[in-house]
Write a protein that binds this ligand. Structure first.
Ligand code: SF4
Ligand code: SF4
Length: 264
């Protein structure tokens, strides 16, 4: 007997392309939002609960900040103060500026909810106009846990199939237009990342993928890590998440392409 789509993906954890409440697991952690302002005691509790210090008190106005570039979606803040913190299934959106990932009241939500196909077709059109050919990406693992790589690899699977939008992953930075970098940039990868950047021809775009690349994430800034890839190379687009899902990665690529100048 032929099964319906809902029966096939009934447990909500199989690969799905777009955010759709009926098909997204209720437990999926996309972004953190404040329900209300915390009291002084609650601010302290929340600050202590956050392993990456993504939640921080703001002394001037007795409010609290949330750094989406540091949040690893562990959910501890929601466990200790569910009356203050809500976890949404919709992820935080990519930004061009590191500071834009920090929110002081309620975090940015993936509000446009553009379907994956729509983002992909927009990208395809822009790539053809700007380059008259395809866009080449070199992925660099600068010490990641490989969670981000799994999502990046999913872009090439038959469900997402990113190549049909004219986007290809290449084996050498010398053939790349975009560097997609994951990981906190471990000290051991510092020189390799810099050399990869230097080997990529101009104009090039660097995208920091995941909380680690944006800020050091769960690895932070230690003797073994640099605390974010922008400590080593200039970053053009920051994609928050731990890991960011393919739809958000594509949104980040669109942001990056919008930044690039037309190739003559
Ligand atoms: S979900 Fe994010 S903000 Fe909340 S405790 Fe974990 S890292 Fe911190
Ligand atoms: S952001 Fe999360 S999934 Fe990506 S490398 Fe860091 S810990 Fe792993």
């Amino acid at each position: 007997m032929k099964k319906s789509r809902k029966e096939i993906i009934g447990n909500g954890i199989e690969t799905i392309k777009d955010f759709d409440n009926s098909f997204t697991s209720k437990n999926y952690r996309g972004s953190v939002t404040f329900k209300t302002y915390p009291t002084n005691d609650q601010r302290k509790t929340l600050e202590d609960s956050c392993p990456t210090k993504a939640l921080f008190p703001i002394k001037e106005n007795a409010s609290m900040g949330l750094d989406n570039g540091k949040c690893i979606m562990c959910g501890y803040c929601n466990e200790v103060a569910s009356e203050i913190i809500e976890i949404h299934s919709k992820p935080a959106i990519p930004t061009r500026n590191r500071n834009q990932l920090i929110d002081y009241s309620s975090p940015q939500i993936f509000s446009t909810e553009k379907p994956y196909e729509q983002i992909g077709n927009e990208l395809k059109e822009k790539i053809q106009k700007m380059f008259g050919r395809s866009l080449a990406i070199r992925q660099v693992d600068a010490g990641s846990c490989n969670g981000c790589e799994i999502e990046i690899a999913a872009l090439n699977n038959p469900i997402y199939d990113i190549e049909r939008f004219g986007i290809h992953f290449v084996a050498s930075p010398r053939h790349a237009d975009v560097l997609l970098v994951t990981g906190p940039a471990s000290r051991n990868m510092e020189v390799a990342l810099l050399r990869t950047y230097e080997a990529t021809p101009d104009p090039k775009i660097v995208i920091a993928v995941g909380a680690c690349a944006c800020s050091g994430g769960i690895f932070g800034d230690t003797y073994a890590t640099t605390g974010g890839i922008d400590k080593i190379v200039p970053v053009d687009v920051y994609i928050p998440g731990c890991p960011p899902r393919p739809q958000v990665l594509l949104q980040g690529l669109l942001l990056a392409v919008n930044r690039m100048k037309k190739v003559e």
